[in-house]
Ligand binder design. Structure first.
Ligand code: MG
Ligand code: MG
Length: 259
């Protein structure tokens, strides 16, 4: 049984969610051909610390950086490095904050310069599938309704959903119960209750769903080496309509990223 959050707790989670959303936008402004993923990490860490928060991923189970930067065939958990982004790449920034004892966690896949049409489609479908999941995150539904909504939408475009990784509850812990898979059956899994705070985060492959773990023990790659996209938002389960805590508005309304 997962306890719903109090409105006081939700307010603190909202502060984190807004900070993470703004941090993603700062990273988005820096994404360009010729920029290293280490530089994206620096931009994010500086912005988070300047706002009085801590990058929660740094040191988490030994993770070596402030954010995850996952390029092209890397699904999640890529290490920022000296890799230089090039035109046509995609890069996912996954960012966590710890502020006033609560967590923020959101992710966004950015195009680097011009990308090919199928990759553009992969990004659009993955992001749209996240909103399908959010629509299902209402009191009375179950976790399986979210997964089902994401999966059926993604698969209708011929893309595939990664099974090994999932969304999660969020609060004082970065990852709390319940797990929120991106596939599933309607009416199955944990019940959604008003005030539950969850991160929904579809990870979608252009090719097949199979993935493998890098030798570094962190980065998850697609087995067919085709691209993978990942978008994540934090929401509060409510009656009738989920309340979004984090947002992509800071990224998409500055006019740089075209949608
Ligand atoms: Mg995340
Ligand atoms: Mg997450």
């Amino acid at each position: 049984m997962v306890e719903p959050k109090t409105e006081e707790e939700i307010a603190l989670l909202r502060e984190n969610a807004i900070l993470v959303s703004k941090t993603l936008a700062e990273v988005g402004k820096a994404v360009a051909p010729g920029v290293t993923t280490k530089e994206l990490n620096r931009v994010a860490e500086t912005f988070i610390r300047d706002n009085g928060a801590v990058p929660s991923f740094l040191g988490f189970e030994g993770f070596p950086a402030a954010i995850c930067t996952s390029v092209n065939d890397v699904v999640v958990h890529g290490f920022p490095s000296d890799y230089v982004l090039k035109e046509g790449d995609i890069v996912t920034a996954d960012i966590g904050t710890l502020y006033k004892g609560y967590n923020g966690d959101s992710a966004y896949t950015f195009p680097v310069g011009e990308i090919d049409a199928n990759t553009r489609k992969l990004l659009d479908v993955t992001k749209a599938s996240l909103y399908k999941g959010i629509e299902a995150a209402v009191e009375g539904n179950r976790v399986g309704d979210i997964g089902h909504a994401v999966q059926t939408y993604v698969e209708s475009f011929g893309f595939s959903v990664v099974r090994e990784l999932e969304g999660h509850g969020i609060g004082k812990g970065m990852h709390e119960n319940p797990g929120v898979p991106n596939f599933g059956k309607r009416g199955k899994g944990a019940k959604l209750i008003n005030g539950m705070t969850i991160c929904i985060e579809p990870m979608v492959n252009a090719g097949n769903k199979s993935v493998y773990l890098d030798r570094n023990g962190w980065a998850v790659h697609t087995s067919d080496r085709r691209n993978s996209a990942h978008y994540e938002l934090t929401v509060v389960v409510r009656k009738g309509h989920a309340e979004q805590l984090s947002t992509f508005d800071y990224i998409e309304k500055d006019g740089k990223i075209k949608f």
